[in-house]
Design a protein around this ligand. Structure first.
Ligand SMILES: Cc1cc2nc3c(=O)[nH]c(=O)nc-3n(C[C@H](O)[C@H](O)[C@H](O)COP(=O)(O)OP(=O)(O)OC[C@H]3O[C@@H](n4cnc5c(N)ncnc54)[C@H](O)[C@@H]3O)c2cc1C
Length: 389
């Protein structure tokens, strides 16, 4: 039996081990991911999770959802991140987009409730397509083009990488309105004529996240499904709300992935017979995750209660996103000597978690811009997500 086979019996999931009692405290969720069935992965696993109530989690109870707030959805994301990193990062896109839609409805009390009701009824998933080939450090600008028509717009462009590419019912996307400096944010049905999935995303990790290339060729977009329109550098309530939901849920997701890695480190150290210098290294990794988790939950609670808002909310969300990346590196540095070369072993669960957690650096807002944004808020200057600006 190889080391990888022996170690594969280690279960990453719910645990009563002392380090997990410490780390899990405060993360409370009624929704927990069902155990995956043998051989069910990728798109099928994502569909099963969506149907198990996940898709409707943040939708108000009046519209058929579970009415979970940001902190509870974050706890669900963390539970999913421990159990299934790829599915968690894919469903994170749905959770943040629907969370933003719920927040939009709360601010506008318009007909968007009908969409929310439909999503809850069908257990439908919503993808979020911002990224485009060649990189997009300014997530608020887009190379996809939207040409005005009598009923709305006709959109063409390429969105890549896009998770939930084949499993989503709706796609939330950005496009530049041709001939203007405006970018719009809108929903289109995944089954729209002209919208196709052409090729997967050849990533090293998060390989079961249904992430692929979406191509739009003259896709009709109904004006009623446009819920934000404005110059790419204007930061309004939608941008702030979207960033806040995204940063908190992303952090909770990777907190789960890193908690899973820490499980492996603790279990390996216990097998060694004596903890020795491993105790302090495990302690260091644990305190990093304790601090990150506490900050993440507190920011979620402050956003929910309105204790933080506007530019401060945006800066705190961007700060959390950047600190998440820093924490991932510090946790990895601490657990590397504890786990040893198994962390570098092909097929080993720890190595898979190492590569999955590396994806944390490649989400918006780009790490090229985070400190600049926080500094701009701190010094009372204009905020820009454009590294060139
Ligand atoms: C697991 C996972 C799932 C994701 N799912 C989604 C999703 O569902 N929807 C979505 O919108 N996004 C998704 N993303 C994409 C992510 O949000 C990033 O926005 C996207 O990958 C762009 O990042 P980037 O690092 O390539 O580019 P940027 O942040 O734009 O650039 C970073 C650096 O790379 C350089 N660079 C970029 N491209 C090139 C190139 N071709 N040649 C040379 N240098 C280059 C830039 O100049 C810059 O210095 C996902 C990412 C991950 C990791």
């Amino acid at each position: 039996m190889t080391t990888a086979e022996t170690d594969a019996v280690w279960q990453v999931g719910e645990s009563q081990e002392p380090h997990r009692v410490l780390l899990d405290a405060g993360w409370s969720t009624l929704w927990k991911p069902a155990q995956g069935r043998e051989g069910v992965t990728g798109a099928d696993r994502i569909r099963e999770l969506a149907a198990s109530g996940y898709a409707a989690l943040p939708i108000p109870q009046d519209f058929g959802g579970a009415g979970a707030g940001l902190v509870e959805v974050a706890a669900a994301q963390r539970a999913l991140g421990i159990a299934d990193p790829s599915a968690a990062i894919a469903l994170n896109m749905h959770a943040f987009t629907v969370g933003l839609m719920v927040d939009y409805w709360k601010r506008h009390r318009d007909t968007s409730w009908m969409l929310l009701e439909g999503i809850a009824r069908e257990g439908a998933l919503v993808a979020s397509a911002f990224a485009e080939p060649g990189g997009s450090p300014n997530f608020m600008s887009s190379r996809s083009e939207a040409v005005e028509t009598t009923k709305g717009y006709r959109v063409s462009g390429v969105k890549y990488p896009c998770s939930l590419a084949t499993t989503a019912t709706l796609v939330c996307l950005t496009a530049r309105v041709t001939g203007t400096d405006e970018t719009l944010l809108a929903l289109v049905p995944r089954s729209s004529p002209g919208l196709t999935v052409e090729g997967e995303w050849p990533s090293l990790g998060m390989t079961d996240s249904d992430t692929a290339r979406l191509v739009l060729r003259d896709v009709d977009l109904d004006d009623r499904l446009v819920f934000h329109r404005g110059p790419a550098d204007v930061i309004d309530d939608n941008v702030i709300s979207g960033m806040a939901w995204f940063a908190v849920l992303l952090t909770a997701t990777y907190h789960g992935v890193l908690s899973g890695l820490l499980d492996v480190a603790y279990q390996g150290a216990a097998k060694a017979g004596t903890f020795g210098p491993r105790t302090a290294l495990l302690g260091r990794a644990t305190r990093e995750l304790l601090a990150l988790g506490g900050t993440c939950r507190q920011l979620g609670a402050d956003i929910g209660s309105g204790a933080i808002a506007g530019r401060a909310e945006l800066a705190a969300a961007v700060a959390l996103r950047a600190s998440l990346s820093d924490t991932r590196e510090r946790v990895l540095a601490a657990v590397t000597p504890v786990i040893g070369s198994r962390l570098y072993g092909r097929g080993h669960p720890a190595a898979a978690l190492l590569v999955d957690s590396l994806a944390v650096h490649h989400h918006p807002p780009s790490l090229l811009t985070c400190d600049e944004v926080v500094g701009a808020v701190g010094t009372g200057r204009e905020i820009s997500f454009d590294p060139a600006g």
